[in-house]
Design a protein around this ligand. Structure first.
Ligand code: NAD
Length: 261
C-alpha cells in the first residue's frame, strides 16, 4: 500500500462525485485533506464525514476560475498542514450541446472551469512547491474526452484535451525541479455530472429516456459496466504517492476499457 501518511493534499471539486471519493479514501490512508469546492456547504459536509471517521480534513470554498481563491486555498493548506505535497485539480463542469448550438458563453462556461481553472491551479501550486524547495505532485482529472472528441460534448472535449496538454507542458517545464504533473482519464462515472449530461441529451432530443445516454455510453466499456467514483481511487492513490515518483506528463485512462491507445 502506498504511504500517504501525513501528506498535505488539496482536492478541488471534492464536495461530490470522484473528488469526494478520493478525499475520503486518501484521508483513510492517513493523508491530511483540504476539501475545496464551489459549494462550501457540501465541502464542509465531506470534511465532517472524514473527521468523524477519524481522519484529518478541512474545508474551503473555492472558485477555481479565480486566482485569488486558488491562492487562498493553497495558503490555507500550508497554514493548516504545514506544507503542500499534492494538488488534485479535479473540479469540472459538463454541458451537452449539439455541435452547431455551442455558443461563446457555453464555451467560456466549460473551458474557464475545466481548462483555465487547471492552469491557475498548477501555476499557484508550483509557486508553493518552489517556495518549499522543490518537489511536489500535480494530478489533474482529464477524461476519455481528453483523448477523443465526442459530439455533442465538443467544448467539454476541447477542455479536457487542454488538461492533457497542460499536464504535458507542466511536466516539461518543472521536471528538473522534481515537480511532477500527471492526469487520469475517467470514462463514464455515475456522478451528478453524468445526470447533467444525460439530461442534456434528452433536452437536445438526442435521447428520450432517463439514463439512455449514460447506459449507451457505458455499454462501450470492455469491463461491462459503468464506472463508480471509487474506481478512480487506486490511480489517485498511486499518483499521489512516491510509487509514481519517476512518472510525469502522463494521462492514464481508467475507464473500464473504453478508449484503447
Ligand atoms: N462523471 C464522469 O463520467 C467523468 C468522466 C470523465 C471525467 N470526469 C471529470 O471528473 C471531475 C469530477 O467530476 P464528477 O463526475 O465527480 O462531477 P461532480 O459534478 O459530481 O463533481 C464536480 C465538483 O466540482 C465542483 N465545481 C464545479 N465548478 C467549480 C468551480 N468553478 N470551482 C470549484 N469547484 C467547482 C462542483 O461543485 C462539484 O462538487 C471533473 O473534472 C470531470 O470533468 C468525470
Amino acid at each position: 500500500m502506498p504511504n500517504l501518511q501525513n501528506k498535505s493534499i488539496v482536492i478541488t471539486g471534492a464536495a461530490g462525485g470522484i473528488g469526494a471519493a478520493i478525499a475520503k479514501a486518501l484521508a483513510a490512508d492517513g493523508a491530511r485533506i483540504l476539501v475545496a469546492d464551489l459549494s462550501e456547504e457540501a465541502a464542509n459536509r465531506v470534511a465532517g464525514e472524514i473527521t468523524a471517521a477519524g481522519g484529518t480534513a478541512k474545508a474551503i470554498a473555492v472558485d477555481v476560475r479565480r486566482r485569488a481563491d486558488v491562492r487562498a486555498m493553497i495558503d490555507a493548506a500550508v497554514s493548516a498542514f504545514g506544507r503542500l505535497d499534492v494538488l488534485f485539480n479535479n473540479a469540472g463542469v459538463a454541458q451537452t450541446r449539439p455541435f452547431l448550438d455551442i455558443t461563446e458563453d457555453d464555451w467560456h462556461f466549460v473551458t474557464d472551469v475545466n481548462a483555465m481553472g487547471v492552469l491557475i491551479g498548477m501555476q499557484e501550486a508550483v509557486k508553493t512547491f518552489r517556495a518549499q524547495g522543490g518537489g511536489g505532485k500535480i494530478i489533474n482529472t482529464a477524461s476519455i474526452a481528453g483523448k477523443q472528441g465526442y459530439e455533442p460534448l465538443a467544448h467539454y472535449s476541447a477542455s479536457k484535451f487542454a488538461v492533457v496538454a497542460l499536464t504535458q507542458a507542466a511536466a516539461r517545464a518543472f521536471g528538473k525541479e522534481g515537480i511532477t504533473a500527471n492526469a487520469f482519464c475517467p470514462g463514464v462515472v455515475a456522478t451528478d455530472m453524468w445526470k447533467t449530461i444525460d439530461k442534456g441529451f434528452r433536452d437536445s432530443g438526442l435521447t428520450h429516456k432517463e439514463n439512455e445516454a449514460f447506459d449507451g455510453f457505458a455499454a462501450g466499456a470492455l469491463l461491462g459496466r459503468a464506472s463508480r467514483p471509487d474506481d478512480l481511487v487506486g490511480v489517485a492513490r498511486f499518483l499521489a504517492s512516491s510509487d509514481s515518483d519517476f512518472m510525469t506528463g502522463q494521462s492514464l485512462l481508467v475507464d473500464g476499457g473504453m478508449v484503447l491507445v
